[in-house]
Design a binder for this molecule. Sequence first.
Ligand SMILES: [Zn+2]
Length: 240
Amino acid sequence: MLLRLYELAVVLKEVPMSTKSHNVWSRVGLAPEQRLRWLLNFGSLDSDSLAGPERSAVVEEVRAFVSVQQADPAIRNQMRSWPPPKDGNPELMTRHEVWSAQAWLKRGIDLLRRSEKWNFRPQIKYELDAYNDMFWARMWADSGLELFKALAYDALRDARYKVRRCPECKRPFVPVRRQRYCSLRCSQTVRTRNWRKAHPEKIKEIRRLQYRRMVSVRSRANLSKLPGSSRKGVKGHKLR
Ligand SMILES: [Zn+2]
């Protein structure tokens, strides 16, 4: 039971991105490992199942990811106190770009899941500059999507040794401590399967009870269809 509670605690920590913290920078993660965990979770989202506020939270997280990923590692820890990325800023990714990025990432994760190679060539330009005796390194892209691809590659490369594959569904994920499976769903599937294997006689008993219940429901339904059985009552009621 202790183990189960521990597993549950681990899973609860990694489940919905948007309920973790009110601070978007903390949700995305200021350390490379946390940020890669966020990125893989973002790529595994089922975007159609998200409600409006959840979708807005994800858009805000993607914009924060782009900023953190481009920031100098020395200032990343200060970003926690920054205001969240503001809607309407023309430099931010549009909502449409965010969901294109999600679909692109999802396809890539699926390739890794099937042990296939994921090749891509983002359309970006690197720029180095020694302005004002300071050394600057920048990235330019014509679209937010292309910039996102380059930054996602950096995030994957920086923390790639932290990535594990789920033994159940093969999805890549960054575990929290000794977390074994990518999600609560996968660990529950394995637990149910093991329990079934260990208790075949209980499974037979459950099936027998289900069958009996189904038969009795059907025979009751057939009885009620017999002529006169329910109509009689209605007629009697009207006569009174
Ligand atoms: Zn899994």
